[in-house]
Design a protein around this ligand. Structure first.
Ligand SMILES: *Cc1c(COP(=O)(O)O)cnc(C)c1O
Length: 429
């Protein structure tokens, strides 16, 4: 398999090169030259396969000979070695819980797959590999956790001081070993700008393999297909589900769409957005206008210009009409999000996090217009990650899962710097 750049001004590359580069040199996103078609047999036998087997068979054509089969099989089985339960919330809505991984958010899947691929690739390289990532919370913790102890790879995480939740900060800053957390005295945009400067700095790039771990990386993007298949494995209704994805940079929903185009039965997709509504506007009008991001309580989706939008265009040959047929989109404000958390908890005794609540409200709205369908929301994070939002709404304390309780006793270790590239460069060398 080869990957072309969506800007069409860079060479096609294989999986290894695309995963190591992150973004293409012409600043486009890598996109597979063809979408593999899964056989009808494969689709009708989903239930008879293990998660690891499914993951392997789905990703194999994308990786082709960049990684030997035995190594890839092991990477796949380690990537998905936790639960992905499909939980029924009420008569027509189910929740695919993607928060049972080590950092309690769906990003664990992409990060675990990517870290293991890079670990394999770094063994073939003489230069040291440094993964550099800017985070507003969830990405950094998933990346840190999945690269912990990976030989030959150092991870540097930039996060905005005072702007991530307590649990998120502890997840980023207490691991030590090959994981270094840098606290930036600025906001998330400062962190992102510093990361970009590092990637265009010749001296640094000559010295080390500088790798980006953000969601445009194909290793993260494509492996997110796995759990859409796990959802269908657990689906018992005759008609395929409507799947509703809480969306920010649109990497997650793009993975679902590519799974669908390769044969996974899905009736319809819903891109659920908070007040950051560039995509819902596009669906309505056919015009895409990027916007400044607005802060909300579902902050992992506070994105004004979703980076994977170009991949959606590519998946549907830039045809607005086709995109509209397959994807509906809603914008849900904070007030409705809070109301949804409260109502679903009261009526069905199911606890949503703010991102899941945006998805629930969107799916509910769609099903009200399409009463013969049933649907699935992707619950992308554990509510405890957003306890300061959720607890006052339900007026109850949320138990911290055992797996993260020990975090609360740990000491954070960071380097704190002003948002100046010279200072970051010193830390990287
Ligand atoms: C990152 C994130 C999202 C958004 O996912 P995209 O792939 O960027 O659309 C949604 N929910 C949670 C909890 C996240 O961490």
């Amino acid at each position: 398999m080869h990957y072309f750049s969506t800007n069409k001004k860079a060479h096609s590359v294989n999986f290894r090169e695309a995963a190591l580069a992150g973004m293409a040199p012409d600043k486009g996103l890598y996109f597979p030259e063809e979408i593999p078609k899964l056989s009808a047999d494969f689709i009708s036998n989903l239930k008879s396969k293990s998660k690891a087997e499914l993951a392997y068979e789905i990703i194999k054509p994308y990786v082709s000979n960049s990684i030997p089969e035995g190594v890839l099989a092991k990477i796949c089985s380690e990537t998905v070695n936790f639960d992905f339960p499909l939980v029924q919330v009420n008569e027509d809505i189910y929740s695919l819980e993607l928060f049972h991984g080590p950092t309690l958010a769906f990003k664990d899947v992409g990060a675990r797959f990517m870290s293991r691929c890079l670990s394999y690739f770094s063994k073939e390289s003489k230069k040291k590999t440094t993964v550099l990532v800017a985070t507003s919370g969830d990405t950094g913790s998933a990346v840190a956790n999945s690269f912990l102890g990976v030989e030959g790879v150092e991870v540097v995480i930039l996060y905005p001081s005072g702007k991530v939740s307590n649990i998120q900060e502890l997840q980023l800053t207490t691991l030590g070993n090959n994981i270094k957390a840098i606290e930036i005295q600025g906001d998330f945009d400062d962190c992102q700008r510093l990361v970009k400067e590092a990637f265009s700095d010749n001296e640094l790039n000559q010295k080390m393999n500088l790798v980006s771990a953000n969601s445009i990386n194909i290793a993260r993007w494509l492996s997110q297909q796995f759990y859409y298949f796990f959802a269908l494995q657990q689906w018992s209704h005759p008609k395929p589900p409507v799947i509703c994805v809480p969306s920010g940079n649109f990497g997650n929903i793009c993975a679902g769409l590519i799974a669908h185009l390769s044969g996974l039965p899905v009736a319809h997709f819903i891109a659920a957005c908070n007040s950051n509504d560039a995509f819902p506007d596009y669906i309505k009008s056919g015009y895409y206008n990027t916007k400044d991001s607005i802060s909300t309580i579902s902050n992992a989706m506070d994105v004004g210009n979703p980076s994977n939008f170009v991949r959606i265009l590519e998946l549907f040959n830039h045809q607005h009409e086709k995109i509209k047929q397959k994807i509906s989109s809603f914008s849900v404000n904070d007030e409705l999000t809070e109301k949804t958390i409260s109502e679903v908890h009261r009526k069905y005794n199911y606890l949503l996090d703010p991102h899941g609540a945006v998805a629930y409200y969107s799916l509910r709205s769609y099903l009200d217009e399409h009463p013969h369908e049933k649907g699935i929301i992707l619950e992308t994070a554990h509510p405890v990650k957003f306890n300061t939002v959720v607890e006052p709404i339900i007026k109850k304390h949320i138990e911290v899962p055992l797996s993260v309780q020990s975090l609360l006793e740990k000491q954070k270790i960071t380097v704190k710097i002003n948002p100046m590239f010279g200072l970051l460069k010193k830390e990287l060398k």
